[in-house]
Design a protein around this ligand. Structure first.
Ligand SMILES: Nc1ncnc2c1ncn2[C@@H]1O[C@H](COP(=O)(O)OP(=O)(O)O)[C@@H](O)[C@H]1O
Ligand SMILES: [Mg+2]
Length: 233
């Protein structure tokens, strides 16, 4: 199952009556198990790109497709069902539910996908997901008592508990110190790979971009490969 952008343009108003293409006629494919990083200066449109890929925002023109089927014009209700089942986000600021335990935070996606069997097993599934990110024993901890790195681990467990096809991570280590950040990046890559989820990793630390299979810079609305493709010469 491939998530694709076909000729996607996002035009935004500059406020003085002029407009600019934040994303310009972009084609992009994300398949199962793919990992892609996107770097770019602040304001270059990285978050906007993730929002379009994640069906949170609509392109100005062009289409988002799932397995070659355009999602253009589907009602919001349908888009949020697809998103809830197949697409997870990870954010710089974790966005965990305050005062809820790690376990409750992790099982929230299971409440949205209307899979009775998974919902019935939410405790086990959430506990397994926490164990996979190294947080066995922290099931009952609330975010307020966890370090930044631990909170991001909870967010990764939450992102993966329902086995989505795609994970979109927006500067997931932006709020963490260097060593913690490296551990979180390694974990994110391992966890998505082992579930064969496609990963788009937005990062402004170019050092982390190298961990993914493909690397791009978002520049003037285009995704420019960071490293020249290895030639077969
Ligand atoms: N729908 C919109 N309307 C107006 N401006 C927008 C809209 N979406 C994004 N922008 C602007 O586009 C720029 C790029 O935003 P963003 O995607 O957050 O970039 P990045 O994540 O690379 O920092 C920002 O200046 C933002 O304010
Ligand atoms: Mg951003």
């Amino acid at each position: 199952m491939t998530l694709s952008l076909r000729g996607v343009t996002k035009t935004i108003p500059l406020g003085d009556g002029r407009h600019v293409d934040l994303i310009r006629n972009l084609d992009f494919d994300l398949g199962p198990g793919d990992s892609v990083s996107v770097v770019g200066r602040s304001g270059s449109g990285k978050s906007s790109l993730l929002n379009i890929l994640g069906l949170l925002d609509q392109p100005t023109s062009g289409s988002v497709e799932l397995d070659g089927q355009s999602l253009l014009g589907l009602p919001d209700r349908k888009l949020s069902t697809i998103r809830g089942r197949h697409i997870s986000f990870i954010f710089q600021q974790f966005h965990l539910l305050p005062r809820r335990t790690a376990l409750e935070n992790v099982w929230t996606p299971l409440a949205h996908i209307r899979d009775r069997e998974m919902w019935r097993q939410r405790r086990e599934l959430a506990a397994e997901a926490l164990a996979r990110v190294g947080l066995a024993g922290k099931e009952d901890a609330v975010p307020e008592t966890l370090s930044g790195g631990e909170q991001q681990r909870v967010a990764i467990a939450r992102a993966l508990v329902h086995r989505p096809r795609y994970v979109l991570a927006d500067e997931p280590t932006g709020a963490l110190d260097g060593e913690t950040a490296q551990n979180i990046m390694d974990l994110l890559l391992d966890a998505t790979r082992s579930q064969r989820a496609g990963l788009v990793l937005v990062t402004h630390d170019i050092q982390y971009a190298t961990v993914t299979d493909r690397q791009f810079k978002l520049d003037e609305g285009k995704l420019v490969p960071l490293v020249a493709e290895r030639s077969s010469r």
